[in-house]
Design a protein around this ligand. Structure first.
Ligand code: NAD
Ligand code: ZN
Length: 376
């Protein structure tokens, strides 16, 4: 199946994963918005692909009769910001982007989150099409409608994703061919989210990832296509259960399951001496969450070893590269968004291919998690 359904009532859409689809973006978009000569598109592209894959997207849109305006973004967390949002909104005004226009986002998660927020906020919301260009954006960031920017905090750190909106796209068009220019380290970061998806809902995927990893890290199109479809299906399934991460009895806040490993990851992601990318921090966070599952009795030593070996095969770190104090790290976890009403909640595996929310973990449990990744 090349398409995956994201079921959200009147906001439902499909994720299509197909080699070469970037050259058909124009006709796909025309199918959605109809034949309107001169309809404006604001194409917001990652600088890294603005002269390659984004040009293919632009050519296809022009061929389909759209009138293009461009914005480019250097993908850096400091550019996922209110000033960058403001510059793009000013471009929208300059280019007469109106209610019938469409924002097309071509890039990784940074561009997708920023361009998505432009679409959500311009004229109180116009249509959006996602064309993700990183593995992480294909399996995770482009699906589910979270958009937003970071905000500098009074203490000098960057408050990630503090300002934003839920805004679902018309569709997500993922072309695995564009991964050919993505650095290996970025491919590995995408794999970390695939490992997470395996742990949440597809243990067979976890079993296969170690043998798939070499082809994925080489950007092999066939292997990447199969993996993106499978991993995106997990994300789409979870989002379909719980669009807005609202704790409800029926869904048990299913979307919160996607935070597996992330509460640990957020405590180490911005520690300068570790120099970790998000996916690398998540990999270490998954090991810590696995160790918690072992302490709680739901995982065996063999499960923990399996996870560690899989992450290593994916060229991901599984331990901290500097000696950090577990007390400090536990304190940093308290700043995470998962703190509600002053109570920390973590996600832990409760079996093979299933996870649960663990509210108010004991200090000892968190220490076990951090010790497993080498904290003192
Ligand atoms: N909205 C969500 O649900 C969600 C989920 C997960 C992550 N995110 C956000 O996504 C961001 C991370 O996304 P990311 O990992 O895609 O990182 P990214 O957008 O920073 O891209 C990684 C790097 O790859 C480059 N790049 C992108 N496509 C390329 C290509 N095809 N060839 C060569 N280089 C390319 C970029 O310029 C950048 O240097 C974070 O800001 C995170 O908060 C959002
Ligand atoms: Zn993540």
């Amino acid at each position: 199946m090349s398409t995956i359904d994201v079921r959200l009532e009147d906001r439902s859409y499909q994720v299509t994963v197909e080699a070469g689809i970037r050259a058909r973006c124009g006709s796909v978009l025309r199918d959605f918005v109809g034949d309107a000569p001169g309809r404006k598109v604001l194409l917001i592209a990652d600088e890294a692909v603005s002269e390659t894959f984004a040009e293919d997207v632009a050519a296809s849109l022009e061929e389909a009769g759209f009138d293009l305006a461009f914005g480019t973004v250097e993908a850096h967390e400091t550019n996922k910001s209110l000033p960058a949002l403001s510059a793009l909104l000013e471009a929208a005004a300059r280019e007469h982007i109106d209610r019938s226009s469409v924002v097309v986002a071509v890039g990784g998660g940074i561009v997708g989150d920023l361009a998505g927020f432009v679409a959500a906020s311009w004229l109180r919301g116009i249509s959006l099409l996602h064309v993700p260009t990183t593995l992480l954006a294909m399996v995770d960031a482009s699906i589910g409608g979270k958009t937003g920017v970071n905000l500098p905090l009074p203490d000098g750190t960057l408050g990630k994703n503090l300002v934003g909106a839920f805004w679902q796209p018309l569709a997500v068009l993922s072309d695995p061919e564009v991964l050919s220019s993505l650095p290996r380290r970025e491919l590995a970061c995408g794999l970390a989210e695939c490992v997470k998806h395996g742990l949440i809902a597809d243990w067979a995927l976890l079993d296969e990832l170690a043998s798939l990893a070499p082809s994925i890290l080489d950007g092999d199109v066939v292997a990447c296509t199969a993996l993106v479809r499978r991993s995106a299906a997990v994300k789409a399934g979870v989002v379909s259960l719980d669009e807005r991460e609202q704790a409800g009895e029926e869904s048990a806040s299913a979307r919160a399951f996607l935070n597996l490993g992330h509460t640990f990851a957020h405590a180490i992601e911005t520690v300068p001496e570790l120099g970790l990318k998000h996916g690398e921090a998540v990999a270490i966070g998954l090991v810590a969450a696995g160790a918690c599952a072992r302490s709680l009795g739901s995982w065996t030593d063999a499960d923990c070893d399996h996870l560690q070996a899989t992450l290593e095969a994916c060229a991901l770190p599984t331990r901290l590269s500097a000696k950090l104090d577990s007390e400090d790290l536990i304190e940093r976890m308290g700043w995470d968004k998962k703190v509600r009403n002053g109570t920390l909640t973590i996600v832990v595996p409760d079996g093979r291919g299933s996870v649960c929310l663990h509210v108010d973990p004991t200090h000892q449990l968190l220490t076990d998690g951090w010790n497993a990744v080498g904290a003192a």
